[in-house]
Ligand binder design. Structure first.
Ligand code: SF4
Ligand code: SF4
Length: 96
């Protein structure tokens, strides 16, 4: 059986991001950053973080695809505190 690359990358890791969907503005910066890093293209809709904005209710759901490697990179660029790196919380540095 061929080793699953993303599972190898996740092995022994704890999911590194705290998620606060109520703070999300739907800016999609996290998606752009992930897509550039992993796909080499500016395409938020192919990224491994899912931002599902309900404009009517003004709410957002945040989720991660199975391809997400749990690298935490996207959370470094969330300016609104919706994705926060766990180590940033511990060090009191906020989400960036
Ligand atoms: S999680 Fe943060 S970076 Fe991503 S869309 Fe929401 S506010 Fe923007
Ligand atoms: S944790 Fe890494 S792989 Fe997962 S969505 Fe964020 S940038 Fe993409």
């Amino acid at each position: 059986m061929i080793a699953n690359k993303k599972k190898v990358k996740r092995e022994g890791k704890e999911f590194p991001i705290l998620v606060y969907p109520e703070k999300c503005t739907g800016c999609r910066t996290c998606q752009v950053r992930c897509s550039i890093r992993y796909l080499g293209e500016f395409n938020p809709f192919r990224s491994y973080v899912i931002v599902a904005r309900d404009h009517g209710k003004r709410t957002t759901a945040l989720d991660f695809t199975d391809d997400c490697t749990w690298c935490g990179y996207c959370a470094r660029f969330c300016a609104y505190g919706a994705l926060v790196l766990k180590k940033s919380v511990k060090s009191g540095k906020g989400g960036r």
